[in-house]
Design a protein around this ligand. Structure first.
Ligand SMILES: O=C(O)c1ccccc1N[C@@H]1O[C@H](COP(=O)(O)O)[C@@H](O)[C@H]1O
Length: 217
């Protein structure tokens, strides 16, 4: 028996990554457009990869506080299905991006406290999905992709959320089943937890992650 959990593998950079992710049964692939990331892909590379993604797997573009010029070029050149806003974008900015491109938006919230969790309500009317990631440490070079978990009990007392949400932050083949069981997440996202080195995806780890996430426990 497999569960209905949906899986996003983020920060793919090669054709082999796409192949491994599709074979493992993931539902979303993420392309990372944050230049400082070891998972960064430029528009040409992202386009080459995106056109090979099998139908039925959603192609997500991860951007951080991107301006319209950069987003215009991205959307023009790369056939994506969703924008993941992983910066400090306000609800107003999220609404503007959604209106301008007509693409579904996944807004990311960094979580370290109850107050952070309560921000879901601020974005529920303007985002199509929420992604809850560990809040990056103040001195971190990256706002995500740091392999850090957050305190999952912060999600225990959440009220009903009207938009689909995804759990991220430090997930691995070893902890993803526990994370799902403890938080009730129906969607999970991983970047560094399926890599052999920063930015280098490992087909075996992708397969193990998907197997563990899809297992009914
Ligand atoms: O992965 C990155 O390099 C990255 C850079 C900038 C913003 C977000 C990034 N990754 C996202 O963060 C989550 C959690 O990452 P991890 O699994 O803890 O390594 C990841 O799923 C990406 O969506």
């Amino acid at each position: 028996m497999t569960s209905d959990v949906r899986i996003k593998i983020c920060g793919l950079t090669t054709a082999e990554d796409i192949d491994a992710t599709a074979r493992a049964g993931a539902h979303y692939v993420g392309f990372n457009f944050f230049p400082k990331s070891p998972r960064y892909v430029d528009l040409d590379r992202a386009r080459e990869l995106a056109v090979t993604v099998p139908v039925g797997i959603a192609k997500v573009a991860l951007v951080v506080n991107a301006e319209n010029d950069a987003l215009d070029q991205l959307v023009d050149r790369v056939p994506i299905d969703m924008l993941q806003l992983h910066g400090s974008e306000s609800p107003e900015r999220v609404a503007k991006v959604r209106d301008r491109y007509g693409l579904p938006i996944m807004k990311v919230l960094g979580i370290a406290s109850e107050e952070d969790v309560s921000k879901v309500d601020l974005y529920s009317d303007v985002a199509d999905q929420l992604l809850l990631d560990a809040k990056a440490p103040k001195d971190a070079a990256l706002p995500g992709g740091n392999g850090l978990t957050f305190d999952w009990t912060l999600l225990a007392n959440r009220k009903y959320w009207t938009k689909p949400w995804m759990l991220a932050g430090g997930l691995t083949p070893e902890n993803v089943a526990e994370a799902i069981a403890r938080t009730g997440a129906r969607q999970v996202d991983v970047a560094s937890g399926v890599e052999s080195a920063p930015g280098q995806k490992d087909a075996g780890l992708i397969e193990a992650f998907c197997r563990a996430a899809l297992e009914d426990i």
